[in-house]
Design a protein around this ligand. Structure first.
Ligand code: NAD
Ligand code: TYD
Length: 339
């Protein structure tokens, strides 16, 4: 069968493409990505020549281009990773988040209705649930936790989720949604916490920790996320939401110190900077449903995953050095110069 993967030149989408080509070589993968600042064609270089892989550069908001692709490929499954994904950018400029994350989702689902598909899967985030207090370690996000967003990013993702569920109820579109916690691993864009700290450490640059660094995130190795989505699109129940997370909560400051230690850099590089506006305190996923229904469990322990990730950034300096030497440099100056 043919699977369209949108946003496949980004962090998780590319890892998902590698996972599919490895575990389901009988399927055809078509990547639809318009290569924003976060999309990188070099990430897909190793699969570009595969006969069962095709890359198409197009915007998910471009109805004509999306319809043309559906007409050509007659896909069975759509997995929508394409999004603006960085909270800090959404605080600077929310508009493009609403356009891509909400209207782009609508365009894709309209094409699904027009051409008919077996499954539309929306890759969402635990951030749609808002945050949890630090002094209630007994609380976790379940699929029933009310939507309660904090940033323009999370509000745009939550809006898309509501639209996906509405298309299921109103038009009978066969949809699923997954809401995952923070991912880490290879090809993670160096504006996000873990790759940014690794890159800055390697360049002996200050490590900008927001606020006191006490915010907690629930980290999952990217391949475990890909495996969960693979299970959901093939065996998950239509109309359902599945939370994905591996019970691996860590404070930001502890992650940064761990990276310093692993790279043998002094903690004096750590610089506390102005906090993010509306900064969510704690995310923590209860993954009971996906475990009970689909047998999913994370396979990579954080200690192993972070070691592999740091090694990947050491072995693939060209990949991230090219990014941080280009247009991204202007973003970095703007965001961190006077912070
Ligand atoms: P990313 O920013 O690394 O990649 C996004 C990709 O989407 C890029 O390749 C970009 O070119 C593409 N894209 C953006 N706008 C597009 C458009 N209009 N048309 C076509 N392509 C477009 O993001 P990521 O971290 O890989 O996240 C992928 C998905 O997973 C997002 O939907 C995000 O909300 C969700 N998610 C991410 C995390 C995480 O920790 N990174 C956790 C949970 C959920
Ligand atoms: P991020 O990787 O942007 O993911 P998200 O905001 O989606 O969870 O940030 C992870 C955490 O790290 C978050 O609490 C903000 C914090 N952070 C810093 O302290 N410094 C930084 O330079 C960045 C990018 C993030």
């Amino acid at each position: 069968m043919t699977i369209i993967v949108t946003g496949g030149a980004g962090f998780i989408g590319s890892n998902f493409i590698f996972y599919q080509l490895k575990h389901h070589p009988e399927d055809r993968i078509v990547c639809l990505d318009n290569l924003t600042y976060a999309g990188n064609l070099s990430t897909l270089a190793s699969v570009m020549d595969r006969p069962n892989f095709r890359f198409v550069k197009a915007d998910i908001c471009d109805r004509e281009a999306v319809n043309r692709l559906f007409d050509e490929e007659k896909p069975e499954i759509i997995v929508n990773f394409a999004a603006e994904s960085h909270v800090d950018r959404s605080i600077e400029d929310p508009g493009v988040f609403l356009r891509t994350n909400i209207l782009g989702t609508q365009v894709l689902m309209d094409a699904c209705r027009k051409y008919g598909i077996g499954r539309y899967h929306q890759v969402s985030t635990d951030e749609v649930y808002g945050d949890l207090p630090l002094d209630r370690p007994d609380l976790f996000f379940t699929e029933e936790t009310p939507i309660h967003t904090s940033s323009p990013y999370s509000a745009s993702k939550a809006s898309a989720d509501l639209l996906v569920l509405a298309y299921h109820r109103t038009f009978g579109l066969p949809v699923t949604i997954s809401r995952c916690s923070n991912n880490y691993g290879p090809y993670h864009f160096p504006e996000k916490l873990i790759p940014l700290m690794i890159a800055n450490c390697l360049n002996d640059k200050p490590l900008p920790v927001y606020g006191k660094g006490e915010n907690v995130r629930d980290w999952l190795y990217v391949e475990d996320h890909c495996k969960a989505i693979d299970l959901i699109i093939r065996k998950g129940r239509v109309g359902e939401v599945y939370n994905i997370g591996g019970h691996n909560e860590m404070k930001n400051i502890d992650i940064v110190k761990l990276i310093c230690k692993a790279l043998d850099k002094p903690e004096s590089l750590i610089t506390y900077v102005t906090d993010r506006k509306g900064h969510d305190m704690r995310y923590a996923i209860d993954p009971t449903k996906i475990h009970n229904e689909l047998g999913w469990l994370p396979e990579t322990k954080f200690a192993d995953g972070i070691k592999k990730t740091i090694q990947w950034y050491l072995d693939n300096r060209d990949w991230w050095e090219e990014i941080i030497s280009g247009e991204y440099q202007n973003y970095y100056e703007k965001m961190y110069a006077n912070r």
